[in-house]
Design a protein around this ligand. Structure first.
Ligand code: HEC
Length: 143
């Protein structure tokens, strides 16, 4: 049976940390402690941008242009449906079709942050704040 030595694990963890630091790139200097609704707008979008880059971009692509391939991924760029904050939060938290539900996978702060981020970038100009408490209220009850 194959066993992972502690040093192999340490190397793997080191690589992962390096990869994450690389992904964070220009935003790594921003404070991750700032949360949407309480932090400055810059901090909000920095956190939201990270969440977008690390998770959403895999499907919606770098410029949120969406695409077709194994199914249709809608563009988030210049998407008038995002003017509806309620709709946007619902899709992100509950999922729909090929869109995974993120309520259990992201913190309320990350959900608020990425919602603000996609609604204020990629040609979208919907600047209302998303309150973290509003996100928390929508979280499914623990079973
Ligand atoms: C596994 C691929 C995948 C990932 C990861 C993903 N999405 Fe989606 N998303 C989809 C698909 C597919 C749809 C279309 C669902 C439908 O209407 O059938 C969608 C729809 C949406 C919509 C609704 C758009 C519209 O016009 O109906 C929003 C908003 C959205 N995604 C935001 C996000 C955000 C924010 C993230 C990251 C937290 C994310 N998505 C991650 C696949 C994904």
């Amino acid at each position: 049976m194959m066993r992972l030595s502690a040093s192999t694990l340490a190397v793997a963890t080191g690589l992962l940390v390096t990869a994450l630091a690389f992904t964070s790139g220009t935003t790594s200097a921003q404070s991750l402690g700032d949360t949407a609704g309480t932090g400055s707008e810059t901090a909000m979008s920095a956190t939201g941008e990270q969440t977008y880059r690390e998770i959403c971009q895999a499907c919606h692509l770098e410029n949120a242009q969406g695409g077709t391939g194994a199914g249709v991924i809608p563009a988030l760029a210049s998407n008038a449906k995002l003017s509806d904050a309620d709709f946007t939060l619902k899709r992100i938290m509950q999922g729909y079709g090929g869109m995974p539900a993120f309520a259990d996978m992201l913190t309320p702060e990350q959900i608020a942050g990425v919602t603000v981020y996609i609604r204020t970038h990629f040609g979208n100009d919907y600047h209302e704040a998303i309150n973290v408490d509003e996100v928390k209220k929508r979280m499914p009850e623990p079973e």
